[in-house]
Design a protein around this ligand. Structure first.
Ligand code: UD1
Length: 357
């Protein structure tokens, strides 16, 4: 069996890694890895391939940045000849980025069935580009691999045949568990002078948060209060760096601003943080498994199990609410949550079992 596996943006890389490891271990199944080039900075891409021992992509489409239409169209144009040449039995896409829908749509139009890893998640907020990518990718996929029961229910409601939906667990957690030992050895805490003292971690990159100056100012006002109580590490995404131009972050001595971090350093910080504030989807899941309190700076989440069972709290974007939620989390001895079923490090094996059956 021959698969074409697609990776495009940073949050794809830790999902593709365990699939590639698993395929490599098995006889009779081959993967041709395509990097669309949606993310291209060394620290947003190559570093992850190196650290996660993902094989070098067989093909880099080099699309780079652009408007949604331009980026999606460029991926489609450049991916089509690859599918025609490789003639795979299936194309595997992960997550919800523009590369995901672009490659899925290209493949089905060529008659190649698509497997979607991380299917079924819904924020029910159609202003999020990722929500559109999720709905469309699921509608045209043949195999839908789901991380949590809400995804199964969402797909059922959308009329997807039950025999295409597989609750397999979470490939991102496969990677987290596989890398725990290595990430423990990262020197990032010493490097940032955080040894022996509690700290928080902040990430922000959603267009709805960082591209709106009013929203961004509100979040920074909340962080301004919190960094007086707890040093906060803030690895800055390239989109956010642009949005922060002109902001006086130096006025916040407790805010430790860094470049985007590699996977192992970032997992070390997440695992040992007293508190995490984020608008990322994946970090809600990683903190749940690590048992670290997470405040999600959004009004919705497509990953409700992280709230129902895990350590995640949806706090929205109101500065006072963010500060109050953070102070409450800091006053509590520890987060209590449990690890969702099937988030056990074996999701990629289950997926490859289904694909090769
Ligand atoms: C994309 C995904 C988002 C995901 C996020 C993780 C879509 C619609 N969005 O958003 O779901 O959570 O990745 O990071 O697919 N840039 C660089 N270097 C890079 C990549 C981007 O400088 O390697 C800059 C460019 O100026 C670019 C901007 O960041 O215009 C945004 O990049 P883009 O890929 O369009 O979207 P993200 O915000 O990264």
């Amino acid at each position: 069996m021959k698969l074409v596996v697609v990776a495009g943006a940073r949050p794809n890389f830790m999902k593709v890694a365990p699939l590639m490891w698993e395929i490599e271990r098995r006889a009779g199944i081959d993967a041709y890895l395509v990097h669309t080039g949606q993310h291209y900075d060394e620290r947003m891409s190559k570093l992850f391939f190196d650290e996660l021992k993902i094989p070098r992509p067989d093909m880099d489409l080099g699309v780079g940045s652009g408007s949604h239409a331009v980026q999606t169209a460029e991926v489609m144009k450049r991916f089509e000849p690859v599918v025609l040449e490789q003639r795979p039995d299936a194309v595997v896409v992960v997550g919800d980025v523009n590369s995901t829908i672009a490659c899925a749509l290209t493949a089905v139009k060529l008659g190649v069935p698509v497997a979607h890893v991380e299917a079924g998640l819904r924020s029910f907020d159609r202003t999020m580009p990722e929500e559109i990518n999720r709905i469309l990718t699921d509608a045209i996929s043949h195999w839908l691999f789901v991380t949590e029961p809400s995804g199964v229910a969402n797909l059922r409601r959308e009329g997807v045949a039950a025999d295409r939906v597989f609750l397999v667990g979470n490939v991102m957690i496969d990677t987290l568990l596989a890398c725990r030992e290595l990430s423990r050895r990262s020197s990032i805490r010493e490097d940032l002078h955080l040894t022996g003292r509690p700290f928080g971690v902040l990430t922000l990159h959603r267009p709805a948060n960082v591209d709106d100056p009013g929203v961004l100012a509100g979040v920074l006002a909340a962080i301004g209060r919190l960094q007086c109580e707890l040093p906060i590490v803030f690895p800055v995404h390239p989109r956010t760096r642009k949005a922060l131009q002109g902001q006086n972050l130096a006025a916040m001595p407790g805010l430790i601003v860094t470049e985007p971090l590699g996977y192992l350093d970032f997992m070390k910080l997440l695992a040992e943080a007293r508190l995490v504030l984020t608008d990322s989807g994946g970090i809600q899941e990683e903190t749940t498994v690590l048992g670290v309190p997470c405040l999600t700076l959004r009004n919705n989440t497509e990953r409700p199990i992280t709230i129902a069972q895990g350590t995640n709290h949806l706090v929205g974007l109101d500065p006072q609410r963010i500060v109050a939620a953070a102070q409450k989390a800091l006053s509590e001895p520890s987060a209590n949550g449990r690890v969702p079923d099937l988030w056990d490090g074996r999701a990629a094996a289950r997926i490859v079992d289904v694909l090769s059956a």
